[in-house]
Design a protein. Structure first.
Ligand code: FES
Ligand code: FES
Length: 172
């Protein structure tokens, strides 16, 4: 049965009406019109739906919306504000997150379908490890549970370059 659930998404409190077990991905896309997270497999096996929940990557396709009530959810759309927030009141909320800018500068996307999940994974990695080696980047994208991040277009080398570029930018 549907019930009222309050979420904090990209810094804003949002009230939705949904069954508690509705996947977070459906609520983000269909109720809140945040279409950055994508439906790929629906089984936590591809990474296209990844979002940050309290700063850590989570697969929104298998996450019941009720489980994130009271937690901070960030989608790809919220990365500029997330980055600006790290610089206090002086932060520019219109500026892209360094990860997003690096993705543009390295021309990573091909079809683009997987890329919002890839950028979420990169933000998660750089929060935990500000200067990852190539081996650590590969490990983060392939060996971090619940599954590798899949790109059918094969943009993996460009992703490594973009993560390294973003790391340099974020480390000043
Ligand atoms: S759609 Fe969620 S991991 Fe594939
Ligand atoms: S850019 Fe096409 S699936 Fe990754």
């Amino acid at each position: 049965m549907a019930s009222a659930i309050t979420l904090t998404v990209n810094g804003d409190r949002r009230a939705v009406t949904a069954s508690p077990d509705t996947p977070l991905l459906y609520v983000l896309r269909n109720e809140l019109h945040l279409t950055g997270p994508r439906f790929g497999c629906g089984l936590a096996q591809c990474g296209a739906c990844a979002v940050l929940v309290d700063g850590a990557e989570m697969r929104s396709c298998i996450t019941p919306v009720s489980s994130v009530a009271g937690k901070r959810v960030h989608t790809i759309e919220g990365l500029p504000a997330l980055w600006a927030g790290k610089h206090g009141a002086s932060g520019d909320k219109s500026a892209l997150h360094p990860v997003q800018q690096a993705w543009i500068d390295e021309q990573v996307p091909q079809c683009g379908y997987c890329q919002s999940g890839m950028m979420i994974a990169a933000v998660d990695l750089l929060q935990k490890n500000p200067s990852p080696t190539v081996a650590q980047i590969k490990d983060a994208f392939t060996n971090t549970p619940p599954s590798p991040h899949l790109c059918r277009c094969g943009t993996y080398n460009a992703i490594i370059s973009a993560v390294q570029r973003a790391a340099r930018a974020m480390n000043g």
